[in-house]
Write a protein that binds this ligand. Structure first.
Ligand SMILES: Nc1ncnc2c1ncn2[C@@H]1O[C@H](COP(=O)(O)OP(=O)(O)OP(=O)(O)O)[C@@H](O)[C@H]1O
Ligand SMILES: [Mg+2]
Length: 368
């Protein structure tokens, strides 16, 4: 898994037995292999509305090669032979996510999304059958291509006795809600707005050499600017009905800059900007939670947090303040480390695809 934060590749070695409701998954090894600063910069440069087609073409192959190399490095350090691995599940790197309300091409009223890092390259370079490109079928069926977590979250984490909110704080924040009461069909899973993406951008801009605000320490030292927060929250995304998806295309530096210009806060101290952005992420999550849960569920829900944002103390603090009655715990409490969760979900999806589970055949099967 490699998400919108562009921090690197998460590699989870999972053992899956059975499928569907019979599925047993255990995580055997996990590592995050960071991208180099230069590679990160090139990925960031390519994730723009207009870019050189040559750069996209080259990076498509290069991302796949990098990922294949990283997988092989992990297997070697874990002393696992490639021949022992049945499948790679590869998400690829999203370079543009364009639900129809975002791309606004009036003559094409459908969603679109693009991940690079071609699966055939991974399969050929590792010798391991690779399931890749999970989002296109979801889009073809009229959905937004994200978030895809719901089905696997339900398989791995649902409980008959506890209302569970699985909150993933990646570049974008999203959650799956698994009520204890029996429900028909797939659970609700939705993006809620920015997670770390803007926090990272502001940190990089004002604190050269830092990729993120460690533990939210800088944000924690700042003060929320109410007018800037109000302006940021006035974006129609926050009032739109659930489920919905978004990406850094929308919640990028331009969105923040325009709000700062409108509110006369372009010279606000960076710590106050970060504090305001932490509040924005937490408010986005809380707003969506309140839209989704009944009043009774709101007072009786356990919130299991995953993703890099689960290491941001300022953000967790703000979330707890917004969702006072929720019991917060890292997803580790349910047996999967917070940083590994998204990668495990894709391993589960690939397993369902090769098992032929009806309706869950996401991804393309690439043979070596
Ligand atoms: N110790 C930490 N303190 C604060 N923030 C952290 C810390 N560690 C990681 N992060 C944040 O988490 C981000 C990486 O999170 P993660 O890998 O879950 O996101 P992602 O790659 O966008 O994944 P996805 O799209 O799958 O959710 C970093 O960019 C950073 O903002
Ligand atoms: Mg990541």
């Amino acid at each position: 898994m490699s998400g919108t934060s562009l921090d690197g590749l998460d590699v989870a070695l999972c053992r899956c037995e059975g499928h569907g409701t019979q599925l047993q998954t255990t995580l055997e090894h996990f590592a995050t292999l960071p991208y180099s600063a230069e590679f990160r910069q090139r990925l960031r440069a390519i994730s723009q509305p207009t870019v050189a087609l040559q750069d996209v073409t080259v990076l498509n192959a290069e991302v796949a090669r990098q990922h294949a190399e990283m997988v092989l490095v992990c297997l070697q350090s874990w002393q696992v032979a490639a021949a022992e691995v049945d499948l790679i599940a590869s998400h690829g790197q999203t370079i543009w996510h364009a639900p129809r309300h975002q791309h606004r091409q009036a003559d094409f009223p459908h969603h679109a999304t693009l991940q690079i890092g071609d699966g055939d390259h991974l399969a050929a370079l590792t010798g391991i059958i690779t399931v890749a490109d999970f989002r296109q079928k979801h889009v073809a069926h009229g959905f937004e291509g994200a978030p895809l977590a719901g089905y696997a979250d339900q398989l791995l984490f649902s409980s008959p006795t506890e209302n569970r909110l699985l909150l993933n704080l990646g570049g974008i924040a999203n959650f799956t809600y698994l009520p204890a009461r029996p429900t028909a069909g797939l659970p609700l899973t939705t993006d809620t707005g920015p997670g770390n993406t803007l926090l990272d951008a502001v940190t990089r801009q004002h604190f050269p050499g830092r990729e993120y605000d460690e533990n939210g320490a800088i944000a924690g030292s700042g003060t929320v600017h109410p007018a800037l927060l109000r302006e940021l929250l006035s974006h129609p995304f926050f009032a739109a009905p659930l489920p919905k998806t978004t990406g850094p295309e929308l919640f990028g530096p331009d969105y923040l800059h325009e709000a700062q210009i409108k509110t006369g806060t372009t010279s606000l101290p960076p710590a106050d900007v970060l504090a305001t952005l932490v509040e924005l992420t937490a408010t986005g999550v809380a707003t969506a939670v309140q839209q989704c849960l009944t009043e009774a569920e709101n007072t009786d829900v356990a919130c299991y947090v995953s993703g890099g944002g689960s290491h941001n103390g300022a953000l967790l603090h703000a979330l707890q303040r917004h969702l006072l009655t929720a019991r917060f715990a890292p997803i580790d409490a349910l047996g999967i480390p917070a940083d590994a969760k998204e990668a495990v979900l894709f391993a589960v999806l690939a397993n369902e695809t090769v098992a032929g589970t009806p309706g869950i055949s996401l991804g393309k099967i690439c043979l070596p």
